[in-house]
Design a protein around this ligand. Structure first.
Ligand SMILES: Cc1cc2nc3c(=O)[nH]c(=O)nc-3n(C[C@H](O)[C@H](O)[C@H](O)COP(=O)(O)OP(=O)(O)OC[C@H]3O[C@@H](n4cnc5c(N)ncnc54)[C@H](O)[C@@H]3O)c2cc1C
Length: 607
């Protein structure tokens, strides 16, 4: 709206202002809220009294806790054995997930450090969530929601907040014929699974695939939370076949800012339903339960690994060209997903997965590429030879089966924990990490056309001179079945994902460190160098793009164009959904929908 139109609109509204103000005040009173410009912190006069906390604790059946971070031991005594134990423990993603005061990443240099909330509700039911939402609203508290705790952006922790922790809400129920509430007669029954919000994908795959013999589209990492991933959009290894995880959502139960428990599906509250499919977690309400469509399993899932080092820049450039041709001619289809990395030192690392092919078919796909490589021994050194593994699809997430394969998974090593607590060995480095930089961009499939492929190869080569870049093919939907693309179109995600053949990711991190603990401080100088290298690498690639869309869950904390990057043309509609269901901005996360109305820590409203 230009200035003149804005002034005209204000003038037209003037006669109605008293009535509008009265309406707003009464609706705020009805919600039990006074519209404040600031949320309260411990020590503020408006902070709830001890008696209020006690009453609230009783209301949630005693499931309210004062939160202390395990790092308190380190801040008090950095050289103590207790502190050493904490730094060892944070290499285990299950330990991190089970600690109310921790998150999977411990921070991001210059962006955030994982901080415990003042209090947490260890929610076991929707009623606990409703009580927490009402209490936070009535007392103007900074509210945070945490499921799996994997947010790279640090959006599931905040000092001085009340945390709703869904970890204990992890029931999983399979259905043979699910129909959403209000969809009777409009939508056919579907095979589905209902999952409580705090479940992690490993638990869901165990119930749906290992025990149930079916497929559900979730994430790659086994310890990521279900509700966080679905609201991010969500990609798993086989998303090129089954689509975005959020696109298979059939129904959700969600507690909105007014404390109402709402059903969201295609027939009931469809705007909210659309918004939680990729609109980002922690912004529209607290999801308590999700129902996702399931599919029949293919016969096999499998993986292909290899690492090649080119002996010169010229050879590396040729190698990049060759692998891009292979990708566009043979792998850009629903059978193939996951990653190829281009690293400094002229290294190409292949870690791909496939579905619906057997081992021989997968080998035949790659054989000509490897025959070509060995024909030039002076140019290419095969550091890790081609390995093709295929297994019955039902075993792909089966802890018993995977533990027998060397180097594929690691187990939760705490005494007495479930034998099913496994994680991919490749995720070890991410447990307790401190990020230095993380950037991503969707690459349109047009870049693979013969006339543009040279530019892409040049850009990847130039990028890899600065820092490693990885193409995540399963995080772009070009090459996926038309139904998967159509279903993704009907979500809040940036439509750039529909035409992208891959998401390129470039990131840098360091092992567990914690600001304020001498001897374990994050490495600021290294972080600065890494940020520069990542910027330079991604700039080489961004030059090719008419606009940069990026995956909100795997993106830059400092992206100034986050609304455009994460949601593109969908942002305006998403903001309208936020206005409707959370007009006061109870839910705030960094770079979440509507967060531009708040200061960086979410405590003060921007006037
Ligand atoms: C090691 C690792 C591997 C990853 N792998 C993948 C991958 O393979 N594919 C992929 O798509 N993404 C991946 N991600 C990104 C991940 O999907 C997102 O960070 C996701 O949001 C994490 O969800 P969570 O519940 O684990 O995290 P949390 O940090 O608990 O939550 C993430 C956000 O969602 C909000 N939220 C959580 N639960 C709820 C709820 N019940 N209601 C409302 N809001 C809620 C939180 O407030 C927070 O803002 C990965 C991240 C990590 C760290």
């Amino acid at each position: 709206m230009n200035r003149r139109r804005f002034l005209r609109a204000v003038a037209a509204a003037l006669p109605f202002l008293p009535a509008m103000c009265a309406y707003l005040l009464s609706s705020r009173r009805a919600l039990g809220t006074t519209h404040s410009m600031a949320r309260v912190r411990p020590g503020d006069s408006a902070w709830p009294s001890a008696g209020s906390w006690d009453r609230f604790s009783q209301q949630v059946g005693g499931r309210l806790a004062k939160v202390k971070s395990p790092f308190a031991a380190c801040l008090e005594a950095p050289s103590s054995a207790d502190c050493a134990r904490v730094f060892k423990a944070v290499r285990n993603p299950y330990y991190l997930g089970d600690e109310v005061g921790l998150t999977q990443s411990l921070g991001w240099v210059g962006a955030w450090t994982s901080r415990p909330s003042a209090y947490a509700v260890m929610a076991e039911s929707t009623e606990d969530v409703v009580a927490a939402v009402n209490f936070a609203r009535q007392h103007s508290l900074r509210l945070v929601v945490k499921g799996g705790g994997h947010s790279y952006q640090g959006t599931s922790n905040a000092a001085d907040s009340l945390l709703i922790w869904t970890r204990r809400m992890n029931a999983v129920t399979l259905h043979d014929a699910f129909i959403g509430v209000g969809c009777e007669g409009q939508h056919p029954p579907k095979h589905a699974v209902t999952v409580e919000a705090g479940a992690i994908w490993g638990q869901v795959y165990d119930a749906v695939t290992t025990k149930g013999g079916r497929y559900v589209q979730g994430g790659g990492c086994l310890t990521v939370g279900v509700a966080g991933l679905i609201q991010s959009g969500g990609f798993g290894s086989f998303s090129k076949a089954y689509g975005m995880a959020a696109a298979s959502l059939l129904q959700a139960e969600i507690v909105t800012a007014d404390g109402a428990v709402r059903i969201a599906n295609a027939c009931t509250n469809p705007d909210l339903f659309w918004g939680i499919k990729g609109g980002g977690g922690g912004s529209l309400g607290v999801v308590t339960r999700l129902t996702l469509e399931t599919h029949s399993l293919p016969q096999f899932f499998g993986a292909v690994f290899a690492t090649i080092k080119a002996t010169s820049d010229v050879a590396f450039r040729r190698l990049i060209d060759k692998v891009l041709s292979l990708y566009s001619e043979k792998l850009l289809n629903p059978y193939w997903g996951e990653q190829i990395a281009f690293r400094p030192g002229n290294v190409l690392a292949i870690a791909m997965v496939f579905q619906g092919l057997d081992q021989q078919q997968a080998e035949m796909t790659w054989r000509p590429f490897f025959d070509w490589l060995v024909a030039f021994p002076e140019d290419f050194n095969v550091v890790e030879p081609l390995r093709v593994l295929a297994a019955p699809a039902r075993h792909f997430w089966d802890p018993g089966f995977l533990k027998e394969l060397p180097g594929i998974v690691l187990a939760d090593d705490r005494p007495g924990t479930s034998k099913g607590n496994i994680f991919w060995a490749s995720n070890l480095e991410e447990a307790g990490q401190v990020l230095h930089a993380y950037q991503s961009a969707w690459l349109p499939a047009s870049l693979l056309q013969t006339d543009e492929r040279t530019n892409l190869a040049d850009a990847l080569f130039a990028a890899a001179q600065h820092w490693g870049v990885t193409l995540h093919f399963n995080k772009g939907l070009s090459g996926a079945p038309a139904e998967a693309i159509e279903a993704a179109r009907n979500t809040a995600m940036n439509p750039d994902v529909l035409e992208a053949f891959a998401l390129i990711i470039c990131a840098a991190k360091e092992p567990p460190a914690y600001a304020g603990v001498p001897g374990h401080e994050p490495h600021l100088e290294a972080a600065r160098t890494h940020v520069e290298a990542v910027n330079k690498a991604m700039n080489e690639v961004r030059k090719l793009l008419p606009r940069v869309g990026s995956y909100l869950a795997e993106s830059d904390f400092f992206d100034e164009n986050w609304q455009r990057s994460f949601w593109g043309p969908n942002y305006a509609k998403l903001l309208a959904v936020k206005e409707k269901y959370d007009p006061e901005g109870l839910f705030f996360v960094h770079h979440g929908v509507g967060s531009e109305r708040w200061g960086v820590d979410g405590f003060t409203r921007v006037p």
